[in-house]
Design a protein around this ligand. Structure first.
Ligand SMILES: Cc1cc2nc3c(=O)[nH]c(=O)nc-3n(C[C@H](O)[C@H](O)[C@H](O)COP(=O)(O)OP(=O)(O)OC[C@H]3O[C@@H](n4cnc5c(N)ncnc54)[C@H](O)[C@@H]3O)c2cc1C
Length: 519
């Protein structure tokens, strides 16, 4: 698969698409589209594209990023169009657990957690192996709290505990508790209300519309896009091509490419079809290809995150993670062949996933009821789905998974001494004050094998979320944010930092797109 296409080819393809557009426009009669002014026709002539629709800001994608961008752009007075290739709004965002890493929140203050912008940024950098864009990490940390509060103003809801208060959730790689829990319903508790908010503002999500190409004018400014209506799945050649003019800017909020087998294997050949993926079916790379073809620089595309605590006994995201990374998030993970622990189970996802992969077969997470995390959930669903299994003893669990029984018993005994002494001598995992030893039935076991989860790579952007070209110069008229942007998280995104990234940068992209001078 060819990643790079030069600008000449873009113009040529735009021309071909433009020729097709003439017919489309005639058929559609421009019904329902804003009237085209003299200036727009002149621009369209310049790029050989016959526009059939227009708007000020064209937002591509309807996850956290696109919805946040659209709300901001519309609030700033822009005429906004949101296109979405799936037949429903929400993307991965609406499937996500949805927890949000927020720095210096009122929830941290209430729970007495000391945090700082520097500490948040440092945590992201450590997980990202210092490959991250530090300034962007800082922006996310600084704006995380005002953005979380803004989501509530926009109608989003967040989980509350029995006292009716928002609460924090532990996440690997964060040195303090800062992730505000989303709870039942997950990311849809944000995307649903945001879609409703946009409807209220007069913006519909236009589903089954796939961006395949960006159109630039002679000065190199992005002035619109070729969009295929009613495509067949992710086939960028299918559907009816339509040219949409974006007078101010195009915002690419099209997410990652975890489901694009061919594209992801070109970045990381290990990620073939034997490695499952947590993403929705539409997480493919055609809009990244379009951005690169328009001259954008793609960075870090081979840093593809695997989620470690996934079950090989179900497909996709499934139900396992709500338990393995929820109620059981402190539990020890054992090498199935040796019965030994393999890692600090609260480390970042890369180190955790790499440690599991290195064993060459699914590992086993073992814990017991009294050691489960109080504020978590997921056990019942995992048991019902046959992902988790209940046992009356450690021996029974070890036998069930074909593990060396004595070694497993010895390892759990050793782990229990770490819990008692509050010191993990083997891997340095922080042991909470109220941690419980694993020594009382019922016991639970789950097999773990990583799945493709998040793309750290994408389009290089500046702090304003403007796309940058191969010379790190701004491509006028093109904004990129959320998982479609690359380089922010470096080698590994911390859990709950994607929500922060997408919402913070989605808002920035929308605000700045609306400020652009119309062409
Ligand atoms: C199961 C799951 C659980 C997660 N849990 C968490 C969590 O708890 N905390 C956290 O921080 N992160 C979490 N993440 C990661 C996070 O949710 C995602 O990184 C984030 O939702 C991405 O948002 P986005 O708006 O950039 O993209 P998305 O939400 O994926 O939206 C992109 C949209 O663009 C559409 N699109 C793509 N290409 C085109 C095109 N060419 N034309 C038109 N439309 C297009 C897609 O169909 C999609 O609807 C999770 C991810 C998954 C999959």
């Amino acid at each position: 698969m060819q990643l790079m296409r030069n600008a000449t080819e873009v113009s040529r393809r735009s021309f071909i698409a433009g020729a097709a557009m003439a017919g489309v426009a005639a058929t559609l009669g421009l019904a329902g589209c804003a009237p085209q002014g003299e200036r727009n026709e002149a621009t369209a002539q310049g790029s050989n594209t016959k526009w059939s629709e227009e708007c000020d800001v064209l937002v591509v994608g309807s996850g956290y990023t696109g919805l946040a961008a659209a709300i901001e752009a519309k609030s700033a007075g822009a005429d906004v169009k949101v296109i979405e290739k799936a037949n429903r709004a929400g993307g991965n965002s609406s499937l996500a657990a949805g927890d949000f890493a927020v720095c210096n929140s009122s929830v941290q203050e209430r729970e007495g957690v000391q945090d700082s912008i520097d500490q948040y940024v440092d945590d992201m950098m450590v997980a990202g192996l210092y490959l991250n864009d530090r300034d962007k990490c800082r922006m996310i940390a600084e704006k995380s709290n005002e953005t979380w509060e803004w989501t509530i103003e926009m109608g989003a809801t967040w989980a509350k505990n029995d006292d009716g208060e928002y609460f924090l959730y532990p996440y690997g790689g964060h040195t303090v508790m800062r992730s505000i829990a989303q709870g039942e319903g997950g990311g849809a508790n944000v995307t649903g209300p945001f879609v409703a908010k946009l409807e209220e503002m007069g913006v519909e999500i236009e589903t089954k519309r796939m961006l395949t190409e960006l159109v630039k004018d002679d000065s190199g400014r992005v002035i619109g896009a070729i969009v295929h209506d009613k495509p067949n799945g992710n086939d960028a050649e299918s559907g009816t091509p339509v040219a949409i003019k974006a007078n101010k800017a195009v915002v690419l909020a099209s997410g990652g490419f975890g489901r694009d087998l061919e594209f992801r294997m070109a970045q990381d050949p290990r990620l073939d079809d034997s490695v499952d993926c947590t993403n929705q079916e539409g997480a493919t790379a055609e809009s990244l290809r379009a951005a690169v073809a328009a001259g954008a620089m793609a960075v870090h595309t081979d840093w593809i995150q695997l989620l470690p605590f996934m079950s090989p006994d179900e497909q996709g995201y499934g139900v396992a993670a709500f338990y393995t990374d929820g109620q059981a998030s402190y539990a020890p993970t054992l090498n199935a062949a040796t019965g030994k622990r393999i890692v600090n189970e609260l480390t970042d996802r890369k180190r955790y996933a790499d440690a599991i992969l290195e064993t060459g077969q699914p590992c086993v997470q073992i814990t017991c009821k009294k050691a489960l995390y109080d504020n978590g959930s997921g056990l019942e669903d995992a048991l019902a789905a046959g992902i988790a299994t209940e046992f009356s003893s450690i021996e029974e669990a070890a036998e069930h998974y074909g593990m060396p029984v004595d070694a497993v018993k010895a390892e759990i005994d050793r782990y229990n001494t770490f819990v008692a002494n509050k010191t993990d001598e083997d891997f340095g995992k922080p042991i909470p004050e109220d941690a419980q030893s694993i020594d009382e039935a019922p016991f639970y076991g789950v097999r773990l094998w990583p799945k493709v989860h998040h793309c750290m790579g994408g389009v290089k952007t500046d702090l304003e979320c403007r796309a940058l070209d191969m010379n790190l110069k701004v491509i006028p008229g093109l904004y990129v944010a959320g998982e479609a942007a690359g380089g922010i998280h470096g080698a590994c995104r911390l859990g709950s930092c994607a929500t922060a990234d997408c919402l913070v940068n989605g808002r920035i992209a929308g605000q700045n797109a609306a400020k652009e001078q119309a062409v």
